[in-house]
Design a protein around this ligand. Sequence first.
Ligand code: HEC
Length: 257
Amino acid sequence: MSKRRIVLGIVTAIAGLAALGIVAANPVHHAEVHTQSWSFNGFFGSFDQAQLKRGHVIYKDVCSGCHSMGLLAYRDLQDIGYTEDEVKAFAAEVQVEDGPNDAGEMFERPGRPSDRFKAPFPNEQAARAGNNGALPPDLSLMAKARAGAGFLGYDGADYIFSLMTMYKDPPADVTIPEGMHYNEAFKGHQIAMPPPLSDSEEAPLDQQAQDIAVFLTWAAEGNLEERHRTGVKAILFLVVFTLLAYATKRKVWANVH
Ligand code: HEC
């Protein structure tokens, strides 16, 4: 090893340790995350359709009041087990703007399965105006956007679960401005979103939080199951191929002594 490389190595190591030290020594409002065991994790992981449907209902009944999910179309819901007619009915619940018609005018019509999920606000300004100046982000890719965002590399679903369940009374030495809320999972602990879920007669908060986290993970990772299946096929192929190669080798070399 050359001298330069050794020096470079030492410098890198020191820089790395310093960076770790800065992260570890910074006590300012660490976001905390509770990890769950999710059905979709692991090599053979898959989504639970009943849970996805419950999560969709939560999105529709609660979150969609403030958050868009603009990358999803109503017909995507067939993936989680709804029939074509059910999907048509979901779509028809909203009025969407279409046009222009032959008279050059925009018009409203009931939603169709090919329409994207309707956004709650017509534009960003309206969304902010309705939320104390804060923008409720689009949730289509949220489970991915926050995946691994933490120092410990947690899962996006764990983050969403935690965000839903970690609203607390602020500690005595922390004052939360009007319109803000204290949440230990959120960076800085101050969030403009009021607690969207709470224990209800149908389901405890924890279960609702898991259901919505799973729905948002499905939305962000729609083809996860497909990918898992492809992975299994690829491995089966490799196993068969290896066996064949081995048999061929034995045969070719059988008469060589
Ligand atoms: C009353 C409006 C409102 C409702 C209802 C609501 N949210 Fe929010 N949400 C917000 C606002 C505003 C923000 C931005 C918060 C901020 O930046 O301080 C936000 C932010 C978020 C974030 C991003 C946090 C981050 O790390 O940046 C997630 C995830 C989220 N909401 C999920 C949900 C889910 C899931 C539901 C339904 C169970 C929901 N929200 C219901 C208003 C709402």
